[in-house]
Each structure stands twice: as structure tokens, then as C-alpha cells.
Design a binder for this molecule. Sequence first.
Ligand SMILES: Cc1ncc(COP(=O)(O)O)c(C=O)c1O
Length: 287
Amino acid sequence: MGRIAYVNGRYVPHGDAVVHVEDRGFQFADGVYEYFAVFSGRLADAEGHLERLWRSLSELSIRRPMSEAALVVVLHETVRRNRIKDGAAYVQITRGTARRDHAFPHPSTPPSVVVTAKTVNYAAEQAKAAKGVAVLTQPDNRWGRCDIKTVGLLPNALAKQAARAAGAYEAWLVDELGFITEGASTNAWIVDADGTVRTRDTNANILRGITRRSLIELAADAGLNVSQRPFTVEDVKHAREAFMTAASALVLPVVAIDGATIGDGKPGPVGMKLRALYEQNARATAR
Ligand SMILES: Cc1ncc(COP(=O)(O)O)c(C=O)c1O
């Protein structure tokens, strides 16, 4: 008998156990999970794992897809259908499937629920334990590699949602020294009091935006003074202009930060000129 998985209300053969391509677990790592050891078909440490599962969901404002009793039935049923005596059960719950956008989908979106189970050879595990194992140290940089465009976007999604909930379009992220690093899905720029166009250097732990890179060249070619120097929230408040860049936003003027107006509260001439330059160049060179 082949393996069986539970996917969104159905028990299906393992090979057919799929979630949608726009599931937020797949797109943003916007989900939580638990792994239970299974002994004699029963879930080990069930209370602790279930308690942490509900807590993780609650911390991410993902609603409970079913009652605890119902979830335990699904876990047991998956274990039973896979004829597992000693093994493990895995449950993953995501914010569900919705058109891709960092901010949360409509609250009516049902969470996705996946349960799998497998047999574990605890005799082999015992042999491993009897020998002991080695470890290797690694820097704890979870997740300190913002230069990689990974789908591990949960912090970005949470920041974007906080911005949207506050009536803003984008979140600008601030490091421990008070400098803006970048947006949740964009790079951040200002035109400072001297008229210098500034965006943070890429030695910082940010995504090296392709739009950013092209715009630095275009702005310099247009005779603007461009500097890759970090700026603080206060610098933004006192800037002439601010804007963000991304393939999804092109060059998008920013007129307020944390409720404070930037410049005269309207898109500025430099930002609008750079937007036009960028779009013109991008259209002419697209292939
Ligand atoms: C965190 C972050 N910064 C910056 C950008 C802008 O990059 P690009 O101009 O390559 O679209 C993105 C784009 O998704 C992003 O996710």
C-alpha cells in the first residue's frame, strides 16, 4: 500500500498530494508546522506540540483551520492510513492560497492544511545514538542573508502587512543603528537637502535591486549627484524627496513616512524625472 497524505480536506496518494502554486507557504514561507514522533500509532508529546502550533498560528494571525479535536483526528487518521506503528507525523498550516502579494490576503481565505506521516526505524536510530554523532559550528545568522532573493519572505510579508494595516503602501526597514536598509519588497531612496540622490550601499545586508542598479547609472548619466550612503528616518523626514524602486514599482515617489510629510507632500521633480527615464530606458532595452 502506498503512502497517503492529507491535503485540504482530502486523503490522497502521496504522489498526488499537491498544494497550489500560489499557496503562501510556497511563495512566502508564510506558514507554521509541527513534527510529532509517533509510538504505537500515537502522537508523542501531543499537548506540547499542539500548544506550540496554536501559538505559532496566533503569532502570525493565521486563523485556526479546525478545532484541536478535529486536527488530532486527521493526524491519527493519516497515521492509521499509512499503517504506521512507530514513526512521525507532520502538519503544516499556511495562510492559504491567494494572488501573490506580500500583504495578507482577505481574512476569509482558508488556511491550507497538509498532514503527512512516515515510518521511522527506531532500531537504526538507537544504533546511531549508541555511537553518538559529531557537530560543526556555524554562525547563527537566521535569516541574515537578505542579499539572496529567497522565498523565505515571512518577515517581509509581516512588515508589508503592518504598513498596509497602518494605511501605508510599503514598509521601510530600519537597522539597529537607525538607518533605513530597504523596503519590504523595494529599495529605498531620498533626494537629500543638497539635492544628492541617495540609496543605501550594497555592503549592507540588503537585496541588490536590479532596478536600483539601472537607476544609479541612469541618474548619473542625467547629471545627478548619486551617492550610496545610508540615511536615517530623520534624514527622510528632512529630505526634499523620497522614492522606492523595484521591478514591481519602477520608481515610485514616497510622500510620507510614519505620518510625517516629505517635502511638500507631493511627488517631487527628481523622482518623477527618474521614473520617466527608467521607464523609457526599460521599454527601449526590454528583450
Ligand atoms: C527586499 C527587496 N528589496 C528590493 C527589491 C527590488 O529589487 P528589483 O529592483 O530587482 O525588483 C525587492 C524586489 O522584490 C525586494 O524583495
